[in-house]
Design a protein. Sequence first.
Length: 242
Amino acid sequence: MSASRTPGYSRLNKNHKFSIAGVAALGAAALTFSLVPDNASAEADTKSVAAAAPVAWSAAAGSAQAKTVHSSITQQQVGADKVAKAVAEARAKADAKAQAAAKAKAAADAKAKAEAKKRADARAAASRAAARKPVYANNLDGWIREAMSIMKKHDIPGSYEGIHRNIIRESSGNPRAINNWDINAVNGIPSKGLLQVIKPTFDAYHVAGTKHDQYDPVANIVAACNYAADRYGSMDNVNSAY
């Protein structure tokens, strides 16, 4: 009896069986490949894990490390501020010292300039005074004229004629004349000089600015005229021994 066939079903021949087995094998291999990663994928995964490790460590130690860095920066900043402050203070002191030295120098220069000007003014005044000061002859005429210029400053009256007249009578114009025979000589105070004055009279009526010497012609004339003005009103009023 021949085998009956089920409708829509046909018997698999040898070739058909081989094909099905091959497909099954390929499916298993594909499934195995998809479940087990290849070496490249495994290495990539290992690197990702290794890279994640430092990140995790940094997150854990970051706070302490940041504090240390912040503290170091703060200390450096404080140190820099101190140095800057010290430099600024030193510069300010140097500037103040320089300004003080400049002021002292300016004051010294001003003082020296003022003193130099004072000396120059004094020399100029002396020069003007010398230019104005008359030069008197060293003789009777010059002595009388010089004596009269001094008398004028001290308001002592006396004319050239009155002085000259009394000088000629008393000493003949000799400034070294001395009287050794009258009562004054007997008393030890002889009359001396152009106008024959004794020492007490000369000392009492001596005028400042003249020599303190009875024999000096100018000093003798001025002292004698000062005495005559006090006693007689003026040397012009004297016509004999006085």
